[in-house]
Design a protein around this ligand. Sequence first.
Ligand SMILES: Cc1cc2nc3c(=O)[nH]c(=O)nc-3n(C[C@H](O)[C@H](O)[C@H](O)COP(=O)(O)OP(=O)(O)OC[C@H]3O[C@@H](n4cnc5c(N)ncnc54)[C@H](O)[C@@H]3O)c2cc1C
Length: 397
Amino acid sequence: MYDFVIIGGGILGLSTAYHLLQERPGARLVLIDKEQRLAYHQTGHNSGVIHAGVYYTPGSVKAKLCKEGAERTVRFCEEHGIKYERCGKLIIATDAEESARLKGLEERVIANGLDYENISAGRLREIEPNVAGEAAMLVHATGIVNYTDICIAMADVIRESGGEIRLGTALTGINESDSEIVVETDKGELTARTLVVCAGLQGDRIAMMAGIGIDFRVLPFRGEYYQVAASRGELVKHLIYPVPDPSLPFLGVHLTRIIDGTLTVGPNAMLSLGRETYSGNYPVPSDMADMMSFPGFYKLMASFASAGLYEMRGSLSKRVYLERCRKYCPSLKLEDLQPMEAGIRAQSVSSDGKLIDDFLFLETARSLYMCNAPSPAATSALPIADEIVARALRKAN
Ligand SMILES: Cc1cc2nc3c(=O)[nH]c(=O)nc-3n(C[C@H](O)[C@H](O)[C@H](O)COP(=O)(O)OP(=O)(O)OC[C@H]3O[C@@H](n4cnc5c(N)ncnc54)[C@H](O)[C@@H]3O)c2cc1C
């Protein structure tokens, strides 16, 4: 019998296992993932940004966990020799309206306790000669890392601490009784005292598998990127972000430097017709059926109809997308934008059609399900895992 079975070899499952073994050295723990390698889904398909925590409501759990998560991510990288860079983020206002919104954002940045600098148009030209804007804010703490590297380092520590990791093993059933929880997989049964599920894009299905009644579904949103041609890789030194548009649910086109030296533009936010369709946006019948049978889907589509059309136009036309990028980086050309694999976000949506913004935990007597962990959950993974572990240990005691 295991003390803990953890589902999910993304950054949340691994952070949880890592932290559990620190809190309970010697515990019998196994982490399973259906894929053959770690970080196969969201964690290995994200922008690699260590977010500083600019946008979140001051005092909120998200704001607190992001700031703490960024600091702890950097510390983890230093302790484990993982490459990262604190390159800073420039939020660019391109007209008077955006400048006014940037001012509003400044109040939030101050309230969130972040170190920042207001940048004039002249100074912007000096520090980023290829970027156009009439004002900007430089947030120093924002950085970049490859979250897959962090996952691999965590997995090493988990194994060294006596934990097991079984890849290529899919959870297929959950049966809970007063004394134990039986976890069925395609490679046989495991019994445990406590189960923790961090299954990202499959989170709602696994909660239902356990017989939990839920009033939300995970809807998949593609984040499509272009890779900027290597010859233009030195175009920017910082991460370049727009001032957030309150009418759009996601951040909008941005230029992100990747720790391996490439430069990307994106991601956008397009409804995905499949939950795990990285090679193209083709329909997967079971995923479509789940989406179409969920009333919240239609309500969400109705409330974000114009944002959806905006994203679709940019997704279908490279030229339209280029124009959006050129607003910030006028020298970009069509041939600079080269194809790159998309990521797919797991976004939980309530039955009344609202995007669920907060982390969402569901629990039974012996199990815990992380059912919504949107960005910046990679940044915040270590403190989120503290919360998961605190809850899991209450069950184990
Ligand atoms: C395009 C994009 C850009 C992003 N950019 C950033 C960013 O720059 N910074 C940031 O902080 N956050 C970012 N995020 C968010 C961040 O990547 C996610 O919040 C985070 O990776 C979630 O981690 P996770 O472990 O919950 O999920 P995942 O990484 O998706 O892991 C879930 C795991 O569960 C496994 N699983 C599912 N079902 C089963 C089953 N039945 N049996 C066994 N295993 C199963 C899956 O195989 C998977 O490995 C981005 C996300 C996307 C998609």
